[in-house]
Design a protein around this ligand. Structure first.
Ligand SMILES: [Zn+2]
Length: 142
């Protein structure tokens, strides 16, 4: 049964900022996290159709030192609460805390790229290996 389920697994990968919530700039605290009207309802429809839904997001403000990982967690909690109001949920979130020009709040003298920052594919690969889907299946990235 599991194999059949995984063979038919359909997946939607969503960016967070500008897709789920408004993106006036980096979101640095829960107050700045404001849902885009209709986005939670859209996720609820994804859920009800049996698609898995993951958030894949770059959060370079962490590398810059503008966003504490604990505060990022609070923002994530708010996202979950806002989604729940519409009966929606996501099945997981993957985020890249890096920026090639920054590390631990300091500007680097020469860039050090990571593998996870989009358009890098490491977050997608991690999601697919942890949740048993392959990109040849029905996977869409918004
Ligand atoms: Zn990264």
């Amino acid at each position: 049964m599991t194999e059949i389920f995984f063979n038919r697994l359909r997946v939607i990968l969503l960016d967070r900022d500008g897709v789920i919530n408004h993106e006036p700039g980096p979101i640095l605290n829960p107050e700045q996290f404001v849902m885009i009207p209709g986005s939670a309802d859209a996720v609820a429809r994804i859920n009800s159709q049996g698609w898995k839904c993951f958030v894949i997001t770059n959060q370079a403000a962490i590398a810059r030192g503008d966003l504490n990982p604990d505060v990022f967690g609070q923002i994530t909690d708010k996202m979950h609460r806002e989604l729940q109001k519409s009966g929606a949920h996501i099945d997981g979130q993957y985020f890249c805390p890096h920026h090639p020009d920054w590390k631990n709040s300091r500007r680097l003298t020469s860039p050090v790229p990571c593998l996870c920052r989009k358009p890098g594919t490491q977050m997608l690969e991690q999601a697919s290996s942890e949740h048993g889907f392959v990109q040849e299946e029905a996977v869409f990235f918004v």
